[in-house]
Ligand binder design. Structure first.
Ligand SMILES: Nc1ncnc2c1ncn2[C@@H]1O[C@H](COP(=O)(O)OP(=O)(O)OP(=O)(O)O)[C@@H](O)[C@H]1O
Ligand SMILES: [Mn+2]
Length: 269
């Protein structure tokens, strides 16, 4: 089977670095002494890797996972933006079964790493809001598909660029996203109009906000309606990110800096 070795050899020939996606301890140890820089991309640094990029959500689509890992590795300066990388990941099995070669410069930056790491809100808060949105999209609310809009971070400015549609049920409360009871509340209130406003640290500041950002220069994909336009625009007008569940197509989208950064189908999670 030397042809097979040659094939794999040509895939990894001359690469500048190796990205290991969620390796087991023994897999990581095999590469610990390698002269090649090794970067681990995983939800947690269980292998104690020197170069580590944290995966905030478990992207089921391997292309998205790899994209996140590469954007993170470039931002953390583990690799350059003009290098050849070997990426080893799990696709079907419980251990690494897939190796792919990627040129970092050929990867168009999507901003998905910045969405989590370089936004005003804490990365964990963005992850928690994304998780609750995915869950809401998967189940709907009482069997019915619902839409929702969460504006996360820079809450003072977001409040200034919005107005209440109804009394705010979170007025004097001190509740945070990620708390299981809060997730139930968020789902319940998502049946009603407007946006949720969440602070940098994850405190729910308000529900039922009608956003009134300037939509000038906001370029979101055609076909998306007022909710998505408001989501895109508020992230251009403030330093917030917006996470939207569409009632019409069931997809979850994230916006930052007025741009669509991430689009995912809750059914894949
Ligand atoms: N400026 C806004 N601020 C807050 N919420 C808004 C705003 N505009 C629309 N919405 C909310 O979005 C809901 C759906 O509006 P619309 O159908 O135009 O949006 P959409 O982008 O097509 O979203 P969907 O895919 O969920 O239908 C409205 O009923 C309202 O609750
Ligand atoms: Mn609509």
């Amino acid at each position: 089977m030397s042809e097979l070795h040659d094939l794999l050899g040509s895939v990894v020939e001359g690469v500048d670095a190796l990205l290991l996606f969620s390796p087991s301890g023994s897999t990581y140890d095999r590469f610990a002494e390698a002269e090649l820089p090794v970067v681990v991309v995983a939800p947690e640094n269980t292998v104690d890797a020197e170069r580590f990029v944290e995966l905030p959500v478990d992207f089921p689509d391997l292309r998205e996972r790899i994209r996140f890992g590469i954007e993170g590795a470039i931002q953390r300066e583990f690799v350059d933006d003009d290098q050849q990388l070997a990426c080893a990941a799990k696709l079907f099995g419980d251990d690494i079964d897939t190796v792919t070669r990627v040129r970092t410069s050929g990867f168009e930056r999507s901003g998905v790493y910045d969405l989590f790491v370089n936004s005003r809100a804490e990365p964990g808060v963005i992850r928690d809001v994304l998780e609750v949105t995915i869950e809401l999209g998967k189940k709907g609310q009482k069997g019915k598909q619902v839409g929702a809009l969460f504006v996360v971070g820079d809450a003072g400015k977001v409040m200034n660029k919005s107005r209440p549609l109804s009394y705010n049920p979170f007025e004097k409360s001190h509740v945070h996203v990620g708390d299981p009871i809060v997730n139930v509340m968020l789902k319940e209130f998502s049946r009603l109009d407007g946006a949720f406003v969440i602070s940098d640290s994850g405190k729910i500041v308000s529900a039922y906000r009608y956003l009134e950002p300037s939509a000038e220069g906001v370029d979101i994909p055609k076909g998306l309606g007022a909710r998505h336009m408001a989501a895109g625009a508020i992230t251009r007008d403030t330093n917030a990110v917006a996470i939207v569940l569409s009632e019409s197509d069931g997809l979850v989208r994230a916006f930052q800096g007025g741009e669509l950064i991430l689009e995912l189908d809750p059914e894949d999670y």
